[in-house]
Ligand binder design. Structure first.
Ligand SMILES: Nc1nc2c(ncn2[C@@H]2O[C@H](COP(=O)(O)OP(=O)(O)O)[C@@H](O)[C@H]2O)c(=O)[nH]1
Ligand SMILES: [Mg+2]
Length: 609
Protein backbone atom coordinates (compact mmCIF):
# COMPACT_ATOMS: atom_id res chain seq x y z
CA UNK A 1 0.00 0.00 0.00
CA UNK A 2 1.05 3.57 -0.61
CA UNK A 3 -0.20 6.71 1.05
CA UNK A 4 -0.31 10.20 -0.44
CA UNK A 5 -1.65 13.35 1.22
CA UNK A 6 -3.33 16.17 -0.65
CA UNK A 7 -2.24 19.76 -0.20
CA UNK A 8 -3.34 23.09 -1.61
CA UNK A 9 -5.59 26.12 -1.24
CA UNK A 10 -9.20 25.74 -0.15
CA UNK A 11 -11.68 25.20 -3.00
CA UNK A 12 -9.01 24.31 -5.55
CA UNK A 13 -10.56 20.89 -6.06
CA UNK A 14 -8.57 18.53 -3.79
CA UNK A 15 -11.54 16.60 -2.42
CA UNK A 16 -13.25 16.52 -5.86
CA UNK A 17 -10.09 15.03 -7.32
CA UNK A 18 -9.84 12.34 -4.65
CA UNK A 19 -13.52 11.54 -5.27
CA UNK A 20 -12.91 11.28 -9.03
CA UNK A 21 -9.89 8.98 -8.53
CA UNK A 22 -11.31 6.70 -5.88
CA UNK A 23 -15.06 6.84 -6.25
CA UNK A 24 -15.13 7.41 -2.48
CA UNK A 25 -16.31 10.39 -0.49
CA UNK A 26 -13.39 11.94 1.43
CA UNK A 27 -15.55 14.54 3.19
CA UNK A 28 -16.99 12.30 5.88
CA UNK A 29 -18.99 14.72 7.98
CA UNK A 30 -22.46 15.95 7.15
CA UNK A 31 -21.28 19.45 7.97
CA UNK A 32 -18.49 19.18 5.44
CA UNK A 33 -20.89 18.14 2.71
CA UNK A 34 -23.41 20.84 3.63
CA UNK A 35 -20.71 23.51 3.60
CA UNK A 36 -18.89 21.97 0.63
CA UNK A 37 -15.67 22.32 2.56
CA UNK A 38 -13.22 19.89 4.09
CA UNK A 39 -12.79 20.49 7.82
CA UNK A 40 -11.21 17.30 9.02
CA UNK A 41 -9.05 14.67 7.40
CA UNK A 42 -10.66 12.46 4.75
CA UNK A 43 -9.60 8.97 3.74
CA UNK A 44 -10.16 7.18 0.42
CA UNK A 45 -8.24 4.73 -1.71
CA UNK A 46 -7.91 3.45 -5.25
CA UNK A 47 -6.36 0.48 -7.01
CA UNK A 48 -3.45 1.27 -9.29
CA UNK A 49 -3.04 -0.46 -12.70
CA UNK A 50 -0.41 -2.66 -11.00
CA UNK A 51 -3.10 -3.90 -8.59
CA UNK A 52 -1.49 -2.09 -5.67
CA UNK A 53 -3.52 0.15 -3.42
CA UNK A 54 -3.00 3.85 -3.12
CA UNK A 55 -4.62 5.59 -0.15
CA UNK A 56 -5.24 9.33 0.06
CA UNK A 57 -5.32 11.45 3.16
CA UNK A 58 -7.35 14.46 2.07
CA UNK A 59 -6.54 17.54 4.11
CA UNK A 60 -8.49 20.76 4.61
CA UNK A 61 -7.18 23.81 2.76
CA UNK A 62 -8.79 26.48 4.88
CA UNK A 63 -6.37 28.36 7.11
CA UNK A 64 -8.57 27.75 10.14
CA UNK A 65 -7.88 24.03 9.96
CA UNK A 66 -4.10 24.11 9.75
CA UNK A 67 -3.66 21.69 12.71
CA UNK A 68 -5.85 19.13 10.93
CA UNK A 69 -3.86 19.67 7.75
CA UNK A 70 -0.58 19.09 9.59
CA UNK A 71 -1.99 16.00 11.31
CA UNK A 72 -2.81 14.55 7.90
CA UNK A 73 0.41 15.52 6.22
CA UNK A 74 2.71 14.73 9.14
CA UNK A 75 3.16 10.98 8.87
CA UNK A 76 2.81 10.77 5.06
CA UNK A 77 5.91 10.58 2.85
CA UNK A 78 4.37 11.91 -0.39
CA UNK A 79 2.06 14.72 -1.42
CA UNK A 80 -0.33 15.49 -4.27
CA UNK A 81 -0.16 19.24 -4.53
CA UNK A 82 -3.31 20.76 -6.02
CA UNK A 83 -3.64 24.18 -7.64
CA UNK A 84 -6.71 25.40 -9.60
CA UNK A 85 -6.08 26.58 -13.15
CA UNK A 86 -8.49 29.45 -12.60
CA UNK A 87 -7.25 30.21 -9.07
CA UNK A 88 -3.50 30.19 -9.47
CA UNK A 89 -1.01 30.36 -6.63
CA UNK A 90 -2.81 31.42 -3.43
CA UNK A 91 -1.92 32.10 0.22
CA UNK A 92 -2.77 28.58 1.43
CA UNK A 93 -0.88 27.16 -1.54
CA UNK A 94 2.20 28.89 -0.16
CA UNK A 95 1.43 27.86 3.42
CA UNK A 96 0.87 24.21 2.62
CA UNK A 97 4.03 24.18 0.56
CA UNK A 98 5.92 25.71 3.50
CA UNK A 99 4.61 22.89 5.71
CA UNK A 100 5.61 20.27 3.15
CA UNK A 101 9.05 21.84 2.99
CA UNK A 102 9.36 22.06 6.78
CA UNK A 103 8.54 18.36 7.03
CA UNK A 104 11.15 17.67 4.39
CA UNK A 105 8.72 15.71 2.16
CA UNK A 106 10.69 14.70 -0.94
CA UNK A 107 8.09 12.91 -3.07
CA UNK A 108 5.29 14.80 -4.76
CA UNK A 109 3.22 15.57 -7.78
CA UNK A 110 1.60 18.80 -8.98
CA UNK A 111 -1.99 18.58 -10.19
CA UNK A 112 -3.55 21.64 -11.81
CA UNK A 113 -7.31 21.18 -11.51
CA UNK A 114 -10.36 22.90 -12.98
CA UNK A 115 -8.62 22.84 -16.37
CA UNK A 116 -12.02 23.24 -18.02
CA UNK A 117 -12.39 26.70 -16.49
CA UNK A 118 -9.02 28.27 -17.43
CA UNK A 119 -5.77 27.63 -19.25
CA UNK A 120 -3.69 25.52 -16.82
CA UNK A 121 -0.42 26.88 -18.27
CA UNK A 122 0.20 29.95 -16.09
CA UNK A 123 -0.81 28.22 -12.81
CA UNK A 124 1.41 25.25 -13.71
CA UNK A 125 4.44 27.43 -14.40
CA UNK A 126 4.11 29.41 -11.22
CA UNK A 127 3.39 26.41 -8.99
CA UNK A 128 6.31 24.48 -10.46
CA UNK A 129 8.67 27.36 -9.79
CA UNK A 130 7.49 27.63 -6.17
CA UNK A 131 7.70 23.88 -5.57
CA UNK A 132 11.17 23.63 -7.14
CA UNK A 133 12.54 25.74 -4.27
CA UNK A 134 11.43 23.25 -1.61
CA UNK A 135 12.28 19.74 -0.44
CA UNK A 136 10.00 18.42 -3.23
CA UNK A 137 12.29 19.79 -5.94
CA UNK A 138 11.31 19.18 -9.57
CA UNK A 139 7.94 17.42 -9.75
CA UNK A 140 5.71 15.89 -12.42
CA UNK A 141 2.79 18.17 -13.34
CA UNK A 142 -0.58 17.04 -14.70
CA UNK A 143 -3.50 19.22 -15.79
CA UNK A 144 -6.95 17.73 -15.13
CA UNK A 145 -10.61 18.52 -15.05
CA UNK A 146 -12.68 16.57 -12.61
CA UNK A 147 -15.73 17.92 -14.42
CA UNK A 148 -14.89 16.50 -17.87
CA UNK A 149 -12.55 13.70 -16.77
CA UNK A 150 -9.83 15.14 -18.93
CA UNK A 151 -6.29 14.32 -17.78
CA UNK A 152 -7.41 11.74 -15.20
CA UNK A 153 -5.71 8.85 -17.03
CA UNK A 154 -2.50 10.85 -17.22
CA UNK A 155 -2.84 11.59 -13.52
CA UNK A 156 -3.21 7.88 -12.72
CA UNK A 157 -0.07 7.18 -14.73
CA UNK A 158 1.76 9.97 -12.89
CA UNK A 159 0.58 8.56 -9.54
CA UNK A 160 1.92 5.14 -10.56
CA UNK A 161 5.30 6.77 -11.26
CA UNK A 162 5.19 8.59 -7.92
CA UNK A 163 4.47 5.31 -6.16
CA UNK A 164 7.50 3.77 -7.89
CA UNK A 165 9.70 6.46 -6.42
CA UNK A 166 8.28 5.65 -2.97
CA UNK A 167 8.95 1.98 -3.49
CA UNK A 168 12.66 2.59 -3.91
CA UNK A 169 12.83 4.68 -0.77
CA UNK A 170 13.63 2.59 2.31
CA UNK A 171 10.46 1.89 4.22
CA UNK A 172 11.88 -0.09 7.09
CA UNK A 173 9.34 -2.83 7.74
CA UNK A 174 11.45 -3.81 10.71
CA UNK A 175 11.50 -0.25 12.08
CA UNK A 176 9.84 0.39 15.45
CA UNK A 177 6.10 0.99 15.26
CA UNK A 178 4.82 4.48 15.95
CA UNK A 179 1.27 4.83 14.72
CA UNK A 180 -0.01 8.38 15.12
CA UNK A 181 -3.69 8.20 15.96
CA UNK A 182 -5.87 10.43 13.80
CA UNK A 183 -9.27 8.98 14.72
CA UNK A 184 -10.70 6.93 17.55
CA UNK A 185 -14.21 5.56 17.83
CA UNK A 186 -16.19 2.55 19.01
CA UNK A 187 -17.85 -0.05 16.89
CA UNK A 188 -20.67 -1.93 18.54
CA UNK A 189 -19.48 -5.39 19.48
CA UNK A 190 -15.87 -4.67 18.51
CA UNK A 191 -14.90 -1.99 21.03
CA UNK A 192 -12.28 0.66 20.55
CA UNK A 193 -10.95 1.32 17.06
CA UNK A 194 -8.20 3.76 16.16
CA UNK A 195 -7.00 4.71 12.71
CA UNK A 196 -3.80 6.28 11.56
CA UNK A 197 -1.00 6.37 9.07
CA UNK A 198 1.77 3.90 9.84
CA UNK A 199 4.94 5.44 8.39
CA UNK A 200 7.21 2.44 8.97
CA UNK A 201 7.44 -0.81 10.87
CA UNK A 202 4.96 -3.68 10.96
CA UNK A 203 1.80 -4.04 13.03
CA UNK A 204 0.56 -7.56 13.79
CA UNK A 205 -2.61 -9.02 15.14
CA UNK A 206 -2.12 -9.83 18.83
CA UNK A 207 0.80 -7.44 19.19
CA UNK A 208 1.23 -5.53 22.40
CA UNK A 209 1.67 -1.78 22.02
CA UNK A 210 1.75 1.17 24.37
CA UNK A 211 -0.46 4.22 24.06
CA UNK A 212 1.75 7.31 24.38
CA UNK A 213 1.95 9.51 26.29
CA UNK A 214 -0.16 7.67 28.92
CA UNK A 215 2.04 4.58 28.80
CA UNK A 216 -0.99 2.34 28.92
CA UNK A 217 -0.50 -1.13 27.44
CA UNK A 218 -2.96 -2.25 24.75
CA UNK A 219 -3.23 -5.33 22.61
CA UNK A 220 -4.15 -5.35 18.92
CA UNK A 221 -7.10 -7.69 18.59
CA UNK A 222 -8.03 -6.90 15.03
CA UNK A 223 -6.38 -5.12 12.15
CA UNK A 224 -7.78 -3.64 8.98
CA UNK A 225 -6.11 -1.98 6.05
CA UNK A 226 -8.38 -0.10 3.64
CA UNK A 227 -11.46 -1.88 4.91
CA UNK A 228 -9.99 -5.41 4.62
CA UNK A 229 -9.02 -7.47 7.67
CA UNK A 230 -5.35 -8.44 7.61
CA UNK A 231 -3.02 -10.31 9.97
CA UNK A 232 -0.17 -7.89 9.69
CA UNK A 233 0.73 -4.81 7.71
CA UNK A 234 3.93 -2.88 7.12
CA UNK A 235 4.25 0.86 6.69
CA UNK A 236 3.64 3.06 4.85
CA UNK A 237 -0.04 2.18 5.31
CA UNK A 238 -3.39 3.45 6.42
CA UNK A 239 -4.55 1.14 9.18
CA UNK A 240 -7.42 0.67 11.59
CA UNK A 241 -6.68 -1.17 14.83
CA UNK A 242 -9.20 -2.78 17.11
CA UNK A 243 -7.76 -2.49 20.60
CA UNK A 244 -8.19 -4.55 23.74
CA UNK A 245 -7.63 -3.20 27.21
CA UNK A 246 -8.53 0.41 26.70
CA UNK A 247 -11.65 2.51 27.20
CA UNK A 248 -13.10 3.94 24.00
CA UNK A 249 -12.70 7.53 25.06
CA UNK A 250 -9.02 7.26 25.92
CA UNK A 251 -7.20 7.29 22.57
CA UNK A 252 -7.38 10.56 20.70
CA UNK A 253 -5.78 12.28 17.77
CA UNK A 254 -2.19 13.16 18.55
CA UNK A 255 -1.54 10.13 20.71
CA UNK A 256 0.57 7.34 19.30
CA UNK A 257 0.65 3.58 19.56
CA UNK A 258 4.25 2.61 19.98
CA UNK A 259 6.33 -0.49 20.42
CA UNK A 260 7.36 -0.66 24.07
CA UNK A 261 10.98 0.22 24.79
CA UNK A 262 11.74 1.51 21.33
CA UNK A 263 10.86 5.19 21.74
CA UNK A 264 11.90 7.94 24.10
CA UNK A 265 8.97 9.65 25.74
CA UNK A 266 10.59 13.05 25.52
CA UNK A 267 9.51 16.14 27.41
CA UNK A 268 12.63 18.10 26.62
CA UNK A 269 14.71 17.96 23.47
CA UNK A 270 17.37 19.73 21.47
CA UNK A 271 16.57 20.49 17.84
CA UNK A 272 18.24 21.99 14.82
CA UNK A 273 15.86 24.35 13.05
CA UNK A 274 16.04 24.52 9.27
CA UNK A 275 15.33 28.16 8.57
CA UNK A 276 13.26 28.77 5.44
CA UNK A 277 15.21 30.36 2.57
CA UNK A 278 13.05 33.46 2.83
CA UNK A 279 13.83 33.90 6.54
CA UNK A 280 17.34 32.68 7.31
CA UNK A 281 17.48 34.18 10.83
CA UNK A 282 13.99 33.71 12.28
CA UNK A 283 13.27 35.21 15.70
CA UNK A 284 11.31 32.69 17.72
CA UNK A 285 8.70 33.67 20.26
CA UNK A 286 9.21 32.03 23.66
CA UNK A 287 6.35 29.65 22.97
CA UNK A 288 5.64 27.70 19.80
CA UNK A 289 3.52 24.73 18.81
CA UNK A 290 5.40 21.61 17.92
CA UNK A 291 3.81 19.20 15.45
CA UNK A 292 4.88 15.68 14.65
CA UNK A 293 2.70 13.01 13.10
CA UNK A 294 -0.83 13.83 14.19
CA UNK A 295 0.41 15.30 17.48
CA UNK A 296 0.81 18.87 18.51
CA UNK A 297 1.85 20.32 21.80
CA UNK A 298 3.05 23.60 23.23
CA UNK A 299 6.79 24.03 23.40
CA UNK A 300 8.78 26.55 25.44
CA UNK A 301 11.65 27.58 23.24
CA UNK A 302 15.14 28.44 24.38
CA UNK A 303 17.48 29.30 21.56
CA UNK A 304 20.94 27.92 22.36
CA UNK A 305 23.54 30.63 22.11
CA UNK A 306 23.10 33.75 20.03
CA UNK A 307 21.63 33.54 16.56
CA UNK A 308 22.11 29.79 16.20
CA UNK A 309 19.69 27.31 14.60
CA UNK A 310 19.77 25.22 17.80
CA UNK A 311 17.01 25.32 20.39
CA UNK A 312 15.98 23.48 23.51
CA UNK A 313 12.26 22.74 23.58
CA UNK A 314 10.32 21.94 26.72
CA UNK A 315 7.09 20.23 25.77
CA UNK A 316 3.81 20.60 27.60
CA UNK A 317 2.97 16.97 26.76
CA UNK A 318 5.77 14.45 26.28
CA UNK A 319 5.93 12.79 22.86
CA UNK A 320 7.49 9.52 21.69
CA UNK A 321 10.55 10.64 19.73
CA UNK A 322 13.75 9.46 18.13
CA UNK A 323 16.91 11.37 17.41
CA UNK A 324 16.60 12.30 13.74
CA UNK A 325 12.81 12.85 13.83
CA UNK A 326 11.53 15.68 11.72
CA UNK A 327 9.16 18.06 13.52
CA UNK A 328 7.36 21.28 12.66
CA UNK A 329 7.47 24.37 14.82
CA UNK A 330 4.64 26.76 14.26
CA UNK A 331 3.92 30.20 15.59
CA UNK A 332 0.14 30.35 15.90
CA UNK A 333 0.29 34.09 16.65
CA UNK A 334 2.04 35.01 13.43
CA UNK A 335 0.18 36.51 10.53
CA UNK A 336 0.04 33.69 7.99
CA UNK A 337 1.43 30.25 8.55
CA UNK A 338 4.82 30.63 10.22
CA UNK A 339 6.22 27.10 10.11
CA UNK A 340 9.76 25.94 10.61
CA UNK A 341 11.08 22.49 10.05
CA UNK A 342 13.39 21.11 12.71
CA UNK A 343 15.33 17.93 13.34
CA UNK A 344 15.38 16.27 16.75
CA UNK A 345 19.02 15.81 17.71
CA UNK A 346 18.86 14.82 21.37
CA UNK A 347 15.59 13.55 22.90
CA UNK A 348 17.03 13.62 26.46
CA UNK A 349 19.46 16.54 26.61
CA UNK A 350 21.55 17.22 29.71
CA UNK A 351 20.57 20.22 31.87
CA UNK A 352 22.12 23.58 31.02
CA UNK A 353 23.43 24.40 34.45
CA UNK A 354 26.67 26.30 33.97
CA UNK A 355 26.95 29.78 32.58
CA UNK A 356 27.67 29.56 28.87
CA UNK A 357 26.32 25.99 28.73
CA UNK A 358 23.73 26.90 26.10
CA UNK A 359 26.29 28.40 23.73
CA UNK A 360 28.56 25.41 24.33
CA UNK A 361 25.65 23.08 23.55
CA UNK A 362 25.05 24.88 20.24
CA UNK A 363 28.73 24.50 19.29
CA UNK A 364 28.61 20.82 20.21
CA UNK A 365 25.39 20.13 18.28
CA UNK A 366 26.79 21.87 15.24
CA UNK A 367 28.95 18.80 14.62
CA UNK A 368 25.99 16.41 14.69
CA UNK A 369 24.48 14.96 11.51
CA UNK A 370 20.71 15.13 10.89
CA UNK A 371 20.56 11.42 11.68
CA UNK A 372 22.52 11.25 14.93
CA UNK A 373 24.27 7.97 15.70
CA UNK A 374 25.03 6.34 19.04
CA UNK A 375 28.51 7.90 18.92
CA UNK A 376 27.01 11.42 18.83
CA UNK A 377 24.80 10.85 21.87
CA UNK A 378 27.67 9.18 23.71
CA UNK A 379 30.07 12.03 22.98
CA UNK A 380 27.59 14.28 24.72
CA UNK A 381 26.32 12.05 27.55
CA UNK A 382 29.56 10.07 28.07
CA UNK A 383 27.76 6.99 29.44
CA UNK A 384 24.35 5.61 28.42
CA UNK A 385 22.60 2.29 28.79
CA UNK A 386 21.91 0.21 25.69
CA UNK A 387 18.12 0.43 26.08
CA UNK A 388 18.34 4.24 26.35
CA UNK A 389 20.24 4.39 23.06
CA UNK A 390 17.81 1.97 21.43
CA UNK A 391 14.88 4.11 22.58
CA UNK A 392 16.60 7.13 21.03
CA UNK A 393 16.42 5.32 17.68
CA UNK A 394 20.14 5.50 17.00
CA UNK A 395 22.29 2.84 15.38
CA UNK A 396 25.95 1.92 15.78
CA UNK A 397 25.97 0.92 19.46
CA UNK A 398 29.50 0.13 20.69
CA UNK A 399 30.27 -2.93 22.82
CA UNK A 400 29.17 -2.47 26.45
CA UNK A 401 31.84 -1.50 29.01
CA UNK A 402 29.90 -3.01 31.93
CA UNK A 403 26.44 -4.62 32.01
CA UNK A 404 24.48 -2.77 29.35
CA UNK A 405 26.45 0.47 29.74
CA UNK A 406 27.97 2.04 26.63
CA UNK A 407 30.71 4.65 26.90
CA UNK A 408 32.20 7.35 24.76
CA UNK A 409 35.66 5.90 23.98
CA UNK A 410 37.55 9.10 24.82
CA UNK A 411 35.71 9.52 28.09
CA UNK A 412 36.30 5.90 29.03
CA UNK A 413 40.03 6.23 28.40
CA UNK A 414 40.06 9.33 30.58
CA UNK A 415 38.19 7.52 33.38
CA UNK A 416 40.65 4.63 33.30
CA UNK A 417 43.49 7.07 33.77
CA UNK A 418 41.59 9.07 36.38
CA UNK A 419 40.57 6.25 38.71
CA UNK A 420 44.13 5.45 39.93
CA UNK A 421 44.74 9.18 40.42
CA UNK A 422 41.55 9.53 42.47
CA UNK A 423 42.37 6.46 44.59
CA UNK A 424 45.95 7.61 45.19
CA UNK A 425 44.76 11.08 46.19
CA UNK A 426 42.16 9.64 48.55
CA UNK A 427 44.61 7.26 50.23
CA UNK A 428 47.23 9.99 50.57
CA UNK A 429 44.70 12.13 52.39
CA UNK A 430 43.49 9.33 54.66
CA UNK A 431 46.28 6.73 54.94
CA UNK A 432 44.54 4.84 57.73
CA UNK A 433 41.43 4.24 55.63
CA UNK A 434 41.04 0.70 54.31
CA UNK A 435 41.10 2.26 50.80
CA UNK A 436 38.83 4.52 48.79
CA UNK A 437 35.22 3.38 49.12
CA UNK A 438 33.94 2.32 45.68
CA UNK A 439 30.96 4.59 46.28
CA UNK A 440 33.28 7.57 46.83
CA UNK A 441 35.07 6.74 43.58
CA UNK A 442 31.72 6.49 41.79
CA UNK A 443 30.77 9.94 43.04
CA UNK A 444 34.22 11.46 42.38
CA UNK A 445 34.16 10.31 38.75
CA UNK A 446 30.45 11.20 38.33
CA UNK A 447 29.64 7.65 37.33
CA UNK A 448 25.94 6.74 37.14
CA UNK A 449 26.46 3.18 38.42
CA UNK A 450 28.76 1.30 40.83
CA UNK A 451 29.22 -1.43 38.18
CA UNK A 452 31.25 1.05 36.18
CA UNK A 453 33.76 1.44 39.03
CA UNK A 454 34.49 -2.28 38.95
CA UNK A 455 34.84 -2.15 35.16
CA UNK A 456 37.39 0.67 35.44
CA UNK A 457 39.75 -1.21 37.76
CA UNK A 458 43.09 -1.55 35.98
CA UNK A 459 46.45 -3.17 36.82
CA UNK A 460 47.39 -0.38 39.18
CA UNK A 461 44.20 -0.50 41.24
CA UNK A 462 42.58 -3.33 43.11
CA UNK A 463 38.97 -3.52 44.24
CA UNK A 464 38.81 -5.40 47.54
CA UNK A 465 35.22 -5.72 48.66
CA UNK A 466 33.90 -2.19 48.79
CA UNK A 467 37.36 -0.52 48.78
CA UNK A 468 39.80 0.49 46.09
CA UNK A 469 43.52 0.48 46.79
CA UNK A 470 46.58 1.32 44.75
CA UNK A 471 48.87 -1.59 44.07
CA UNK A 472 52.51 -0.95 43.25
CA UNK A 473 55.46 -3.36 43.01
CA UNK A 474 57.20 -4.21 46.26
CA UNK A 475 60.59 -2.58 46.76
CA UNK A 476 63.39 -4.79 45.56
CA UNK A 477 61.03 -7.13 43.77
CA UNK A 478 62.03 -8.14 40.25
CA UNK A 479 60.10 -6.05 37.78
CA UNK A 480 58.46 -7.28 34.58
CA UNK A 481 56.09 -10.16 35.05
CA UNK A 482 56.21 -10.23 38.85
CA UNK A 483 52.80 -10.14 40.48
CA UNK A 484 51.94 -6.73 41.89
CA UNK A 485 52.24 -6.55 45.68
CA UNK A 486 51.83 -3.80 48.25
CA UNK A 487 54.34 -0.97 48.22
CA UNK A 488 56.92 -0.70 51.03
CA UNK A 489 54.59 -1.09 54.02
CA UNK A 490 55.80 1.60 56.41
CA UNK A 491 55.78 4.15 53.60
CA UNK A 492 52.03 3.73 53.32
CA UNK A 493 51.45 4.85 56.92
CA UNK A 494 51.83 8.29 58.45
CA UNK A 495 55.33 8.52 60.01
CA UNK A 496 53.95 8.83 63.56
CA UNK A 497 51.99 5.61 63.25
CA UNK A 498 54.85 3.83 61.50
CA UNK A 499 57.18 4.82 64.40
CA UNK A 500 54.74 3.55 67.03
CA UNK A 501 54.30 0.28 65.17
CA UNK A 502 58.08 -0.12 65.09
CA UNK A 503 58.14 0.20 68.89
CA UNK A 504 55.55 -2.54 69.20
CA UNK A 505 57.65 -4.75 66.94
CA UNK A 506 60.75 -4.03 69.05
CA UNK A 507 58.86 -5.11 72.21
CA UNK A 508 57.72 -8.29 70.49
CA UNK A 509 61.20 -9.20 69.29
CA UNK A 510 62.10 -10.41 72.79
CA UNK A 511 58.78 -11.97 73.71
CA UNK A 512 56.86 -12.76 70.51
CA UNK A 513 53.45 -13.61 72.09
CA UNK A 514 53.37 -10.79 74.67
CA UNK A 515 51.06 -8.55 72.72
CA UNK A 516 51.06 -4.92 73.97
CA UNK A 517 48.17 -4.27 76.33
CA UNK A 518 45.62 -1.51 75.78
CA UNK A 519 47.44 0.89 78.04
CA UNK A 520 50.70 0.47 76.10
CA UNK A 521 48.81 0.90 72.83
CA UNK A 522 47.11 4.06 74.09
CA UNK A 523 50.48 5.44 75.19
CA UNK A 524 51.84 4.78 71.69
CA UNK A 525 48.81 6.50 70.10
CA UNK A 526 47.65 3.32 68.34
CA UNK A 527 43.88 2.83 68.12
CA UNK A 528 41.94 0.06 66.36
CA UNK A 529 41.90 2.04 63.10
CA UNK A 530 45.68 2.56 63.11
CA UNK A 531 46.28 -1.11 63.98
CA UNK A 532 43.96 -2.16 61.14
CA UNK A 533 45.90 0.05 58.72
CA UNK A 534 49.21 -1.41 59.89
CA UNK A 535 47.83 -4.93 59.55
CA UNK A 536 46.51 -4.12 56.08
CA UNK A 537 49.97 -3.17 54.84
CA UNK A 538 51.44 -6.27 56.48
CA UNK A 539 53.34 -4.64 59.35
CA UNK A 540 51.38 -6.36 62.10
CA UNK A 541 49.37 -9.55 62.57
CA UNK A 542 46.06 -8.59 64.07
CA UNK A 543 44.28 -11.47 65.83
CA UNK A 544 41.66 -9.27 67.52
CA UNK A 545 40.70 -5.58 67.41
CA UNK A 546 43.38 -4.57 69.92
CA UNK A 547 45.55 -7.68 69.94
CA UNK A 548 48.51 -7.48 67.59
CA UNK A 549 51.63 -9.56 67.10
CA UNK A 550 54.52 -9.43 64.67
CA UNK A 551 53.93 -10.87 61.23
CA UNK A 552 54.84 -14.53 61.25
CA UNK A 553 53.78 -14.98 64.90
CA UNK A 554 51.06 -17.35 63.69
CA UNK A 555 53.65 -19.68 62.13
CA UNK A 556 55.83 -19.48 65.20
CA UNK A 557 52.84 -20.33 67.39
CA UNK A 558 52.02 -23.31 65.19
CA UNK A 559 55.60 -24.56 65.67
CA UNK A 560 55.35 -24.29 69.46
CA UNK A 561 51.94 -25.98 69.55
CA UNK A 562 53.11 -28.81 67.31
CA UNK A 563 55.62 -29.70 70.04
CA UNK A 564 52.86 -30.31 72.59
CA UNK A 565 51.16 -33.60 73.24
CA UNK A 566 48.07 -33.69 71.05
CA UNK A 567 45.34 -32.72 71.69
CA UNK A 568 46.04 -29.83 74.05
CA UNK A 569 43.95 -27.49 76.17
CA UNK A 570 43.82 -23.71 75.96
CA UNK A 571 45.66 -23.50 79.22
CA UNK A 572 48.47 -25.79 77.96
CA UNK A 573 48.77 -23.70 74.85
CA UNK A 574 48.88 -20.48 76.83
CA UNK A 575 51.65 -21.79 79.02
CA UNK A 576 53.67 -23.09 76.09
CA UNK A 577 53.37 -19.71 74.37
CA UNK A 578 54.17 -17.91 77.58
CA UNK A 579 51.30 -15.46 77.20
CA UNK A 580 48.00 -14.38 78.75
CA UNK A 581 44.46 -15.60 78.05
CA UNK A 582 43.78 -12.17 76.48
CA UNK A 583 46.22 -13.13 73.69
CA UNK A 584 46.01 -16.92 73.69
CA UNK A 585 42.26 -17.18 73.08
CA UNK A 586 42.08 -14.89 70.00
CA UNK A 587 45.36 -16.34 68.69
CA UNK A 588 43.99 -19.90 68.91
CA UNK A 589 40.75 -18.80 67.26
CA UNK A 590 42.80 -17.13 64.55
CA UNK A 591 44.69 -20.41 64.02
CA UNK A 592 41.33 -22.29 63.92
CA UNK A 593 40.11 -19.97 61.16
CA UNK A 594 43.37 -20.36 59.31
CA UNK A 595 42.85 -24.15 59.58
CA UNK A 596 46.20 -24.54 61.34
CA UNK A 597 44.52 -25.96 64.44
CA UNK A 598 41.36 -27.97 64.78
CA UNK A 599 38.89 -27.50 67.57
CA UNK A 600 37.70 -30.60 69.36
CA UNK A 601 34.97 -31.03 71.98
CA UNK A 602 35.89 -30.20 75.58
CA UNK A 603 38.18 -27.18 75.09
CA UNK A 604 40.68 -29.30 73.20
CA UNK A 605 42.60 -28.59 70.01
CA UNK A 606 45.11 -30.33 67.83
CA UNK A 607 47.42 -29.27 65.04
CA UNK A 608 46.03 -30.27 61.64
CA UNK A 609 48.12 -32.61 59.55
N1 LIG B 1 -15.52 23.00 -13.21
C1 LIG B 1 -14.81 22.32 -12.32
N2 LIG B 1 -15.08 22.44 -11.02
C2 LIG B 1 -14.34 21.76 -10.15
C3 LIG B 1 -13.27 20.92 -10.55
N3 LIG B 1 -12.71 20.40 -9.44
C4 LIG B 1 -13.40 20.88 -8.39
N4 LIG B 1 -14.38 21.69 -8.78
C5 LIG B 1 -15.31 22.41 -7.93
O1 LIG B 1 -14.56 23.29 -7.11
C6 LIG B 1 -15.17 23.42 -5.82
C7 LIG B 1 -14.19 23.11 -4.71
O2 LIG B 1 -13.80 21.77 -4.80
P1 LIG B 1 -13.30 20.94 -3.55
O3 LIG B 1 -12.91 19.61 -4.08
O4 LIG B 1 -14.25 20.99 -2.44
O5 LIG B 1 -12.03 21.78 -3.20
P2 LIG B 1 -11.05 21.58 -1.94
O6 LIG B 1 -11.39 22.62 -0.96
O7 LIG B 1 -9.70 21.81 -2.52
O8 LIG B 1 -11.22 20.20 -1.45
C8 LIG B 1 -16.34 22.47 -5.84
O9 LIG B 1 -17.51 23.19 -6.07
C9 LIG B 1 -16.06 21.54 -6.98
O10 LIG B 1 -17.21 21.02 -7.57
C10 LIG B 1 -13.00 20.83 -11.95
O11 LIG B 1 -12.09 20.17 -12.42
N5 LIG B 1 -13.82 21.56 -12.81
MG1 LIG C 1 -11.53 19.54 0.48
Amino acid sequence: MFVVATAGHVDHGKSTLVRALTGMEPDRWAEERRRGMTIDLGYAWMTLPSGEKLAFVDVPGHERFVPNMLAGLGPVPAVMFVVAADGGWMPQSAEHLAAVDALGVRHGLLVVTRGDLADPGPATRQARAEIARTSLGAVDAVAVSAATGQGLDELKAALARLVDSLRTSPQGQAAPVRLWVDRSFTIKGAGTVVTGTLPAGTVRNGQELVLAPSGRAVRVRGLEALGEPVDEIGGVARVALNLRGIPADLPARGMALIEPGRWTLSGELDVRVTPPAADPHPRFPPELLMHIGSARTQARVRVLGVDTPYARLRLKEPLPLHAGDRVILRDPGAAGLAVYGATVLDPFPPPLARRGAAAAAARELDAWPDRPAAADLLRRHKLLRGPQLAAAGVVGLPEPVAGDWRADPDHWAWLRAELPRAVAAFCAKDPLAPGMPAEAARAALALPSRDLVAALVTDGVVLDGAYLRIFTRQAGEAGGSAAPGPAKPAGQLPPKIAGAVQEVLDDLADDPFAAPDTERLRALGLDARALAAAARVGLLLRVADLVVLAPGADKAAAGVLAGLEQPFTTSQARQALRTSRRVAIPLLEYLDRARVTERLPGDLRRIRA
